[in-house]
Design a protein around this ligand. Sequence first.
Ligand SMILES: Nc1ncnc2c1ncn2[C@@H]1O[C@H](COP(=O)(O)OP(=O)(O)OP(=O)(O)O)[C@@H](O)[C@H]1O
Length: 261
Amino acid sequence: MGKNQVIEMKGVSWRRDGKTVLQQIDWTVREGEHWALFGLNGSGKTTLLNLLCGYIWPTTGQISVLGQRFGEVDLRELRKSIGWVSSSLQERLHGSEKAQNLVVSGKFASIGLYDKPTEADFERAAALMEQLRCGHLLDRTYQTCSQGEKQKLLIARALMAAPRLLILDEAANGLDFISKEGLLDSISELAGQPDAPTMIYVTHHTEEILPMFSHSLLIRRGEVFTQGQTREVLDSERLSDFFEMPVDLNWNQGRAWLSRK
Ligand SMILES: Nc1ncnc2c1ncn2[C@@H]1O[C@H](COP(=O)(O)OP(=O)(O)OP(=O)(O)O)[C@@H](O)[C@H]1O
């Protein structure tokens, strides 16, 4: 595996109950790239992420993440370098927790604060919240935050552990236009930071794929439909094929907007 590879999947399949959920996935993510993972409901995105984080084991094939080959690595250690922000995490958090504490808890990858954080941890949490433009929420309880604010807090929380790989799993789900654009701006700014992690953005919506997501993987019915540079893989013809429905794709300000033909 090359040194600058963040993810390498080779011939990865996952079968369960006689059903092939993922079939022969080959995927390489290199340092300096950010990827969008695009697919319809049930196409296998979550399964792919579960494989990536070692929560499930491939039926066939090999996986390496951050230069570590699965089977030879302590997955609990490796997971400390991977941040996964998903809405299922939201449900497991304590609503009465103060936003800043919730962010700090990301350092310990725990739900709630069981380890003793230092003053520097609180300062770092505040700085991350500032960076994500949610610094004003420091003393608010999590449950009183809006969906968009919650997403930003969860991203700040994931960043607390200084991950080298950050998975943003349908991060803009359920957000109104303004909140969504605000979140996307924050993600874009984050990518500009010198120590930014490699990001994987999982979505059902092409227009959420910001220009920073240099590469895209399109997954359909458990197989890679196409992958490569976002600008090359997203076009009307290919997406009409992908959806099995004629669609028009228009690029506007570096983002791909989709409509029915
Ligand atoms: N443990 C399992 N046993 C059997 N089938 C499973 C299992 N986990 C997932 N599947 C099936 O695999 C397919 C892919 O599911 P997955 O959750 O990975 O899709 P997804 O792309 O994340 O979908 P969505 O966008 O709706 O979240 C689905 O048909 C699902 O029912």
